[in-house]
Design a protein. Structure first.
Length: 255
């Protein structure tokens, strides 16, 4: 077996690292609740097999030009499991966050992710994706029943410094909030267009672009606007599983 990987140690706590792999014979990649085996079954042919905790199998045959198989394992946006139905994520805080009037602050939260497997042969191709946290992968509705937004839903602790993330399940996100409505206000949740955000990885860790948020008045309504802010990091930018949007900001009524 020959595996080329960016990390000096290709496993962490028994799990596979994010990064680049070149496979000439076979390899086993283990993640929480999933195991992947890639094996050569011909001079220029490989078999891909992923088995989840329920012993459900995903099996694919992959032809190659050279006899070696190159893949990238990377964190991706959490939009594919249990099905692709939205491009929005809603984070619900474990405690209400109170922001005094005419002030700004920053905090850190966990943002859910999935794991993507990409072929890196003649350009990048999406091969497979999965969630290592299927039990918490679900949807919720933000806003009024007749005009709200379907979102991928996740609970998160909040902290003024780095929160504890669950590897292969979450990315660390900084949230910057400004209160411009002239009175103190509590925030329990945030909703945003996740396809505006990039994800970055190093070994088993990952980060997501910062979220900048502002509370302001529009008539008699309290409006919450959110937008992505690129971060500066030495981590590697993840390949894109789905098209990136370029919405300048999302605006929604504060619940």
């Amino acid at each position: 077996m020959e595996v080329l990987h960016k990390a000096e140690n290709p496993t962490h706590k028994g799990f596979a690292m994010y990064g680049d792999y070149e496979i000439s014979d076979s390899i086993e990649l283990v993640f929480p609740n999933h195991k992947i085996n890639i094996s050569k079954n011909g001079e220029k042919m490989f078999e891909y097999l992923r088995v989840d905790k329920e012993n459900k199998e995903i099996r694919k045959i992959i032809p190659t030009d050279t006899g070696n198989l190159k893949i990238i394992v990377a964190p991706i946006r959490p939009l594919n499991y249990p099905s692709r139905r939205t491009e929005h994520v809603m984070l619900k805080f474990d405690s209400e966050f109170h922001i005094p009037s005419n002030s700004d602050t920053s905090l850190y939260v966990r943002c859910p992710i999935e794991v993507g497997i990409f072929l890196n042969q003649n350009g990048l191709d999406s091969l497979d994706c999965f969630s290592c946290n299927e039990s918490e992968s679900r949807f919720s509705h933000y806003g009024k029943p007749d005009g709200g937004v379907l979102c991928k839903y996740a609970k998160t602790p909040i902290s003024e410094s780095h929160v504890q993330v669950r590897e292969y399940m979450d990315a660390l996100m900084q949230v910057k909030i400004k209160n411009s409505i002239g009175e103190g206000h509590g925030i329990k949740k945030l909703m945003f267009h996740i396809t505006n955000f990039k994800i970055y990885y190093k070994d088993s860790q990952c980060l997501v672009d910062s979220l900048t948020s502002e509370l302001r008045k529009r008539g008699h309504l309290n409006i919450h606007s959110t937008r992505a802010e690129l971060i500066q990091t030495e981590f590697t930018e993840s390949p894109v599983w789905e098209p990136t949007t370029h919405t300048k900001k999302d605006e929604f009524e504060v619940e």
